[in-house]
Write a protein that binds this ligand. Structure first.
Ligand code: UGA
Length: 478
């Protein structure tokens, strides 16, 4: 099928690459000429494991352009995957969505095209995009658009860092439209994924146990609501374990064991019960805010979602309280932050908890040093004004520091020369906000080890033993 993707961010680029890998002819359009030049030169504007490799495999089927007229007229399916960043009042800024809809309406030409909202858009956007498309088409062509196109919603469930695996081997595919032809077209497009008939790339083997993938086909509004409801549920699962973590700390319980103990109940599930600093990134904060705002438009409050948000913000505050309780005076202290990305395996620093922590520490008169194995350049260009000292190595961060804060659980931070680092610090304090480090090892090497969730309690005699690394969801697991 000829496919066009508008927007080459995490979602657009991943979707385009996967569809091209599966044999569709894909053209990706982006209004940013720098991004397109980079992609045409075989490089990627974002860090996502295996993306360059999959682009290389899909090469013959994947083109990049800034020109709508090269991509839209032949496309049978057009995905809108543009950014919908939060505006100052918290509601999503729909400027790029509107520009994409107008651009498509001016250029499309075929008998029947499906225009798919892939970006997370407010409920009702499907109708809105439909009216913009019709308006632009009719202005451009001086005739009625009639049945030439249909709008669908195909929410995205990929996670940054595991985006390709999540897209090729998803738990489900959701498509929503009020037009049966659109649903039929998307079913055909996704058939190789639904039936899992393609040969998996060698670097992304099909996880064990993946069989046919369910397709949920709905009306437009239901698909749009599924996206928000899914993200909000994941966000509140994290906030729930963080709330229990606060109590665990008070009563002397171990949150890792509590999470394991409740998560192995299959009705609850082990995933997204990793207690710690809470969520960041471009999705959970924005989507939970949008859900509360949409409900407000209908006179509903969403107390559960609102509470999840409050708990999440509180976790960041608790980091500062912990450091303050330990050092007593923050002015004049040097604090090192390990990890800037909002999670491991990405260079994305949008709403990264580390950045808010850095800002709060700087406001209180600390000097802040930081390291991240991948997100440093992006951090410098997006947050250079903060005045954080960027270091090339963990050793540089630790030198003369009063405390270290582990904010992102990059695997590299799990195995460091703790003895040497402790020796270089003014006071060897580690606040492990992700419960990712080996407490015993740090203590043995002279560190005072702190967390923001309860990690006391008895040793783990569980049988069969579930390794912590297996339980912590760092890489995709099924
Ligand atoms: C999230 C959803 O997981 C995806 O399904 C969805 O498609 C995406 O948002 C989106 O709407 O675009 P993402 O934000 O990329 O994906 O990353 P997650 O793996 O969900 O992590 C989000 C945040 O939650 C990270 O800061 C992570 O550190 C934190 N987290 C995650 C926890 O604190 N505990 C956990 O147990 C899991």
């Amino acid at each position: 099928m000829n496919v066009c993707i508008i927007g080459t961010g995490y979602v657009g680029l991943t979707t385009g690459t996967c569809l091209a890998f599966l044999g569709h002819r894909v053209t990706c359009v982006d209004s940013d000429p720098k991004k397109i030049a980079l992609l045409q030169a075989g490089q990627t504007p974002i860090y996502e494991p295996f993306l360059s490799e999959l682009i290389a495999e899909a090469n013959g089927n994947l083109r990049f352009t800034t020109d709508y007229s090269e991509a839209i007229p032949d496309a049978r399916v057009i995905f809108i995957a543009v950014g919908t960043p939060p505006s100052p009042n918290g509601s999503p800024d729909l400027r790029y969505l509107s520009a994409a809809a107008h651009g498509i309406g001016e250029h499309f030409d075929g008998d029947f095209t499906v225009v798919v909202n892939k970006s997370t858009v407010p409920i009702g956007s499907g109708n809105w995009v439909g009216s913009l498309l019709r308006e632009s088409y009719e202005q451009q062509n001086r005739r009625k658009a009639g049945e030439r196109f249909a709008v669908a919603s195909n929410p995205e469930f990929l996670r940054e860092g595991t985006a390709l695996s999540d897209s090729l081997f998803p738990d489900r595919v959701v498509v929503g439209s009020d037009d049966a032809r659109a649903l039929e077209t998307l079913y055909t497009l996704y058939r190789p994924i639904l039936d899992q008939t393609f040969s998996a790339p060698t670097f992304l083997p099909r996880p064990e146990g993946v069989g046919a993938v369910p397709l949920i086909s709905t009306d437009l509004a239901s698909a749009e609501l599924i996206k928000y409801a899914a993200n909000a549920f994941l966000a509140l699962k994290i906030s729930y374990i963080n709330e229990i973590g606060q109590l665990a700390e008070k009563v002397g319980a171990n949150i890792l064991q509590v999470a394991k103990g409740i998560g192995l109940d299959s009705r609850i599930g082990t995933r997204f019960l990793q207690a710690g600093l809470g969520w960041g990134g471009s999705c959970f904060g924005k989507d939970t805010a949008a859900l509360v705002a949409t409900a407000g438009e209908y006179g509903l409050s969403m107390p559960i979602v609102a509470a999840a948000r409050e708990i999440n913000f509180r976790q960041r505050e608790r980091v500062i309280e912990k450091v303050l309780a330990e050092l007593k005076i923050l002015k004049g202290r040097t604090i090192g932050i390990l990890g800037l990305a909002f999670k491991p395996n990405t260079d994305d620093v949008r709403d990264a908890p580390a950045i808010e922590i850095a800002r709060k520490l700087l406001q209180r008169g600390c000097k802040v040093k930081a390291h991240d194995p991948v997100a440093m350049d992006r951090f410098r260009s997006e947050h250079g004004e903060l005045g954080v000292i960027c270091c090339d190595s963990v050793d540089q961060v630790a030198a003369d520091c009063d405390a270290l804060i582990l904010a992102t659980e990059w695997p590299l931070y799990r195995d460091l020369n703790w003895e040497e680092l402790a020796g270089d610090m003014r006071s060897a304090i580690m606040l492990d906000t992700r419960n990712a480090l080996d407490r015993e090892r740090l203590v043995r090497n002279g560190f005072r080890y702190l967390t923001i969730a309860g990690l006391e309690g008895s040793a783990d005699y569980s049988y069969p033993v579930i390794a912590e690394s297996e339980f912590l969801e760092v890489m995709p697991r099924r």
